[in-house]
Write a protein that binds this ligand. Sequence first.
Ligand SMILES: [Zn+2]
Length: 126
Amino acid sequence: MEVHPAPIGALHQGKLMTSFVTTTCPNCGEIDVPLSEVVLRVNDDDGSGACVLRCTDCGARFSKIADDSMMILLVAAGIEVQTWVKPAEVDERPTHLAPITHAELVAFAAMLDDPAALSGWMSAER
Ligand SMILES: [Zn+2]
C-alpha cells in the first residue's frame, strides 16, 4: 500500500487534489482509493494498525496491515482514525475446549431446521 498525500489546497485541472492510497483490491487488482474511503483502525492494547478500505470500482471491503511509518503518513494525510481494544470476553473463553469442527457446524445448521431437536439440545445438561 502506498500513500499519496495531496498538497493542501493544490489544484489539478481546476479541481482540488485529494489524497489517496494505491493498493490491491482482491477483485480488481491495483487501484487508487481516496482517503475518504479508508479508515485506520488502531489497537489501543498494542498500537498495531490496519487500514479498512472500500474499493471504489467493485465496492469490496478489505483490510491491509499498516506499520508505524504507514500510520504516521496516513494520519498526516488526514485519514479517519478509529481505536479499538480486544473485548474482555476473548480472554474469558475456556481454553480446555477443542475448537469447533466443520462436522459440528454442519450438525448445528441441520438442527436449526428441526426446532424440537434444537430445543432438546439447548435444554440438555452440558
Ligand atoms: Zn475492487
